[in-house]
Design a protein around this ligand. Structure first.
Ligand SMILES: Nc1ncnc2c1ncn2[C@@H]1O[C@H](COP(=O)(O)OP(=O)(O)OP(=O)(O)O)[C@@H](O)[C@H]1O
Ligand code: SF4
Ligand SMILES: [Mg+2]
Length: 351
């Protein structure tokens, strides 16, 4: 490993820094792992699919944290685990100082008001038999957020206006709306319970390009106006970079690089991140600003049913070292002490 990566942690010890981050974060995740048992027939033990492997990170108050990675890398599993829609196998999720994995069902139910999710498919995520008013109102009623019926209705109208939908359309059903409008309804529904944290799981991937931009702008405005914390998931690096303060790149259930969005865009160190950026068309300004590491990756990722012993990227990596990379899992470590830019690689692309 490069000498740069071994640098001691300035005046603060790593432990002190971590404790401070834990106090300051809204969501603080430690060593999160999710294994799905896959049946192999009646008389055989199920095989374990490693969807998420030893993931640690945090989301600050008022911050959008972006997750990017190819299909099957574990993005949705992570998002769902964070709000306990999926049960993690191992690990801790601390939300505003409380361990979500240790809550009773009643405590968890109350906590759900504080965290919401918006899914990719606006056609599947809205109940076709409910009017828009009923859809947006449901959470308000469940959590008793309106004292009277009229107050609840006013709140629905305000929410629809906030996502640029005409409140007069509240009596209509989801099939009467376009994809972009449905996603606005889903966003209004998520906001209705006044959450602090929202998981946005590919919220624009199913939409036309022009509509995508409108929804992204709306989400950014809402994040700033309401001071929300968000986990923004996408396979589209440009989108993630556009909306996120910090990003993480996922590969086969692990984070391979994580850091401030601008810093990772300016200079990326993991060969997989370099390949993602290398595949992204650059504007002239971007091309002038940062060196383009041309890493072209071939082949498919290994199976999550039989993850490799060492670095999961070894089979596709131009820098892989047999005997090291294929036996030892590289730890996510800071490139430069204090930079919060981390990479998991034995031979990061350092000049
Ligand atoms: N309920 C489940 N049961 C078994 N395996 C699952 C389940 N959900 C996800 N997986 C597997 O876990 C791995 C991670 O899936 P996940 O959906 O989290 O990936 P993703 O990064 O969100 O992919 P995509 O970009 O396609 O949405 C994949 O191998 C997937 O097949
Ligand atoms: S650890 Fe080795 S195989 Fe993995 S990305 Fe780095 S150089 Fe490539
Ligand atoms: Mg997904």
């Amino acid at each position: 490993m490069s000498g740069k990566r071994g640098t001691a942690d300035g005046s603060q010890t790593a432990e002190k820094r971590e404790a401070k981050l834990r106090r300051q974060a809204l969501v603080y995740v430690q060593k999160l792992t999710k294994l799905y048992p896959i049946s192999r027939g009646l008389f055989r033990e199920p095989q374990l699919l490693h969807a998420l492997d030893d993931v640690s990170f945090y989301v600050r108050h008022n911050e959008t944290f972006g997750l990017v990675g190819e299909s099957g890398s574990g993005k949705s599993t992570l998002g769902r685990c964070l709000i306990r829609l999926t049960e993690p196998t191992v690990g801790q999720i601390i939300f505003d100082g409380r361990d979500l994995t240790a809550l009773s069902p009643v405590e968890l139910r109350a906590m759900r008001q504080r965290m919401q999710i918006v899914f990719q498919d606006p056609y599947a995520s809205l109940n076709p038999n409910m009017t828009v008013r009923e859809i947006v109102r449901e959470g308000i009623d469940v959590f008793g957020l309106a004292k009277t019926r009229a107050e609840g209705n006013d709140r629905v109208d305000q929410l629809l206006s906030r996502v640029s939908l005409d409140p007069a359309m509240a009596t209509r059903y989801p099939h009467e709306f376009s994809g972009g409008q449905r996603q606005r309804i889903a966003i209004a529904r998520a906001l209705a319970v006044e959450p602090e944290f929202i998981v946005l799981d590919e919220p624009t991937s199913a939409l036309d390009l022009s509509v995508q931009a409108q929804i992204l702008n709306l989400l950014q405005d809402l994040q700033e106006d309401l001071g929300l914390s968000q986990l923004f998931i996408s396979h589209d690096l440009r989108v993630v970079q556009y909306v996120s303060h910090r990003i993480a790149v996922m590969y086969l259930g692990r984070f391979v690089e994580m850091g401030p969005s601008d810093a990772v865009a300016r200079r990326h160190y993991h060969p997989y991140t370099a390949a993602l950026f290398g595949a992204m068309p650059l504007t002239a300004a971007e091309a002038a600003r940062r060196p383009q590491l041309k890493v072209v990756i071939k082949g498919e990722p290994p199976s999550a049913l039989e993850p490799p012993r060492g670095c999961a990227f070894f089979s596709r990596c131009p820098n892989g070292e047999a005997g090291l990379c294929d036996t030892e899992v590289p730890r996510l470590a800071e490139i430069v002490s204090g930079s919060h830019h981390r990479v998991a690689c034995w031979h990061p692309e350092i000049d």
